[in-house]
Design a protein around this ligand. Structure first.
Ligand code: ATP
Ligand code: MG
Length: 406
């Protein structure tokens, strides 16, 4: 009896064991299949998200935008995923929001190669400048995307802040803080503007130099602007200057295709025209032209540099900068400061890029001019707040900059 019971027990145990093993096996198989399926599903939804992102801007597979994506350099590849744009923290506005804020695009404030620029009054109370990428723009979607990605990671007091963007209804737009005093070009060359004082011109030069110094030495990786000119310098309500337009910006030392000269006539480094290699020193050259533009009030696109060259030829051993100074200043400028700023400008436009100062050197020289001016106005041993502030700012800049390149 006992043997029979044991046999039955063994039989029942084997059946239960077998059933359990089969159940576990089937369960494992089901789990494995389910996981594989889920993984495939995730891939599909990611690509669907990208497709949705592209259809969001109403651009098909063969649209200019998708071909831009295909030709995009590696550093821009990240933008291919729509999620990165959101992750960069730049708000995306709807086409409807912008139509409303610009009263149906009736508030034009400017026109550039990129397209028209409109003033936008947002429902939040903020005022923005909206740059619309024209369909026939010579810049193209590539620059648009470059600008979004670059501006998202560049933050400095002397750069124009990107506040948002729109990529909808086949339209690409960038939203910037509105600079109520317009461009430096309009102040220097506009008929209806009061002439800028000498002191303000030097202050603007230092603001621009600080913005560029940040791009060259503060940004990681460093950035070359490639289109420094007076229409890309904007002035806020307190006349603080900010560098705008990063559409042409690229990482340092990009060798461009030979047919592809970028930048603006009158500000172009002659060495770049020959070598087609854009470096930080090309920005330094354009900045030198901008300094001469501030000194003379003349437009670089109307023979400014020839005018400067003539003045240097006339002077025997000492450069006669007073001859070229803007007549609208009515002689109200400091001769010593003029000499220092003009000497600096002349070094910036040296034919040999290696001999040009760096933007860091330039910030130091211009700050030095302001410090000397402030300490000359005050009695000895009583430095002004502004002079102290400049010293502190120089110190801070030196400590902040992780890249030191000379
Ligand atoms: N953030 C802004 N705030 C106020 N006005 C602006 C702003 N951005 C641009 N503008 C105005 O719009 C004009 C056109 O700007 P845009 O940058 O499109 O062209 P540009 O600088 O004149 O030439 P390019 O296209 O060659 O850069 C500027 O000169 C300026 O007057
Ligand atoms: Mg511009």
């Amino acid at each position: 009896m006992e043997a029979v019971a044991i046999a039955w027990g063994m039989l029942i145990g084997s059946v239960i064991g077998f059933t359990l093993a089969v159940t576990v096996g089937i369960g494992a198989l089901v789990c494995f299949r389910l996981r594989t399926k889920l993984r495939t599903g995730t891939h599909m939804s990611a690509s669907q998200r990208i497709a949705a992102a592209e259809s969001d801007s109403n651009l098909g597979q063969d649209s200019p935008r998708s071909s831009e994506w295909r030709n995009m350099p590696v550093w821009l590849e990240a933008l291919k995923k729509n999620t990165v744009v959101s992750a960069c923290g730049i708000p995306k506005y709807s086409y409807g929001d912008i139509t409303k804020a610009t009263c149906n695009f009736s508030t034009a404030i400017g026109q550039g190669a990129f397209g028209p620029v409109y003033k936008a009054q947002m429902s939040t109370g903020d005022t923005y400048a909206v740059k619309v990428l024209a369909a026939n723009s010579s810049h193209g979607q590539h620059e648009f995307l470059a600008e979004v990605l670059l501006l998202a990671r560049l933050h400095h007091n002397n750069l124009v802040n990107l506040m948002g963007y729109t990529a909808e209804m086949g339209q690409l737009m960038l939203l910037y803080n509105y600079m109520s005093n317009g461009s430096l070009a309009s102040h220097l060359h506009g008929d209806d503007q009061e002439p800028l004082s000498w002191d303000l011109r030097v202050a603007i030069a230092l603001d621009v130099a600080r913005g560029l110094e940040y791009l060259h030495f503060g940004a990681v990786p460093s950035v070359v602007h490639r289109d420094i000119k007076s229409s890309n310098i904007l002035l806020d309500r307190s006349m603080k200057a900010k560098v705008a337009d990063f559409g042409l910006s690229r990482h340092d030392k990009i060798k461009s295709r030979s047919s592809d000269i970028r930048g603006t006539f009158g500000y172009l480094d002659p060495e770049y025209v020959v070598t087609r290699t854009f470096t930080k020193k090309c920005d330094v050259y354009s900045f030198g032209v901008l300094l001469f533009e501030l000194i003379t009030g003349r437009n670089p696109q109307q023979g400014l540099m020839e005018y400067v060259e003539l003045a240097t030829m006339d002077a025997a051993d000492k450069l006669g900068w007073e001859e070229i100074v803007d007549l609208r200043l009515n002689g109200e400028f400091d001769v010593q400061e003029l000499a220092e700023v003009a000497d600096l400008a002349y070094k910036c436009v040296d034919d040999v890029s290696r001999k040009r100062p760096s933007m860091r050197d330039i910030v130091q020289i211009l700050s030095g001019i302001l410090i000397t001016r402030h300490s000359a106005k005050k009695p000895k041993n009583a430095p002004t707040a502004a002079a102290e502030e400049s010293c502190i700012e120089i110190d801070l800049l030196e400590k902040q900059d992780p890249l030191i390149e000379r």
